[in-house]
Design a binder for this molecule. Structure first.
Ligand code: NCD
Length: 348
């Protein structure tokens, strides 16, 4: 939940100018604005709330027709300043499945950002049109900044290389359905751990469940950022280790999370090309992995998972896409404080 302390901390982490403009604004916020829930970081939801939302996503999966009118008359605005296929369309599908409607823009080029409008002004305008907003932005911290000026709940749909909390909820739902638990797991995260926002959010979230361990598999140039190792994992080498190799650690894993090298965050094309194919999982390599080790990937995949893995029952990436719709339906209901027609209760 937003409060001045967490906002100031977030400004610092994200390098947003923590100047008087924002402090004055925070001090002037009304109580109901403080209390409104946004989803900027996975830890904005407690472990218990995360569990409640995942349980709702499962109920939706098992009984979709019961939820078809829950958000009738509500609108979601999808503000995407960065390319997306799955995330934007799955937010829109989620709202349509709930009986609501959709407005928004798919790229900064077709909005007033092109004319120089600030995120603060855009969100004040959108607050007059919609009931909830999903925002993707190339700048770390932009959705958090938007949430300060918004009169409607803001969902971070990915901010730069920082965070992607709704993808994390999807990953949790998929891991839980494949492994039956979210604790005592050894999770291998492979690929671009420096810029991959999905891995940052997932590790943040999994670190709140007991007994989880991580193997970070990346080239030296794309290793997990220091702030993740220090702030999230407390430098505790009992819970994580680093590997430059994928094959040798496969037998140790309960879950494998593959990621693409994030081309758009590189300064040099040559450097991207040099690192792009650093890990390629294929059916032959997968023989070394446990029979019940799901392979997750937030997608899009480029070359890091060969097509011959798709028919292996351990491939869970298209299941993630399907779970994305249920999770986003559940999140929209939770943040709009709608009543679950099946239980007759609010979600969080
Ligand atoms: C991810 C993202 O945008 O961070 N995609 C997604 O939302 N499913 C991963 C990626 O782009 O590599």
């Amino acid at each position: 939940m937003l409060n001045a302390g967490s906002i100031i901390k977030c400004c610092e982490i994200n390098g947003i100018r923590n100047d008087n403009k924002y402090i004055d604004h925070i001090n002037c916020m009304k109580e109901e604005e403080y209390d409104m829930r946004h989803l900027i970081d996975p830890k904005d939801l407690s472990v218990e709330e995360t569990g409640d939302i995942l349980a709702l996503a499962e109920r939706i999966r098992d009984n979709m027709p019961a939820y078809s009118e829950v958000a009738k008359g509500k609108k979601i605005a999808t503000l995407f300043y960065e390319p997306s296929t799955r995330t934007r369309l799955s937010f829109e599908t989620a709202m349509l499945n709930l009986g609501g409607t959709v407005i928004g823009f798919p790229s900064a080029d077709v909005s007033s950002v092109n004319k120089g409008e600030t995120v603060e002004d855009t969100i004040r305008v959108i607050s007059c049109y919609a009931d909830i907003v999903a925002m993707r932005h190339p700048k770390e911290g932009a959705p958090m900044l938007a949430s300060l000026y918004s009169r409607i709940p803001v969902i971070n749909a990915g901010d730069g290389g920082h965070s992607h909390p709704t993808q994390t909820m999807i990953d949790l739902m998929t891991i839980k359905s494949r492994k039956g638990r979210l604790d005592n797991l050894t999770v291998g995260l492979c690929g671009d751990l420096k810029f991959g926002r999905t891995v940052h959010s997932l590790v943040k979230s999994l670190s709140r469940y007991k007994g989880n361990k991580y193997i970070f598999i990346s080239p030296q140039e794309l290793k997990m950022p220091d702030y993740m190792i220090q702030d999230v994992l407390d430098n505790n080498t009992d819970v994580y280790k680093e590997s430059r190799q994928l094959e040798s650690v496969l037998p140790e894993l309960d879950v494998l999370y593959m990621t693409r090298v994030q081309k758009e965050r590189f300064f040099s094309e040559d450097e991207y090309i040099r690192l792009r194919d650093c890990y390629i999982l294929n059916a032959e390599k997968l023989k070394k992995a446990p029979k019940d080790m799901p392979v997750l990937h937030p997608l899009p995949r480029i070359t890091e998972i060969a097509a011959d893995v798709d028919k292996d029952p351990r491939a869970a990436y298209f299941e993630q896409v399907q779970n994305g719709v249920y999770v986003r339906m559940a999140l929209i209901m939770a943040l709009l404080v709608l009543t679950d027609p099946v239980t007759g209760k609010k979600i969080i």
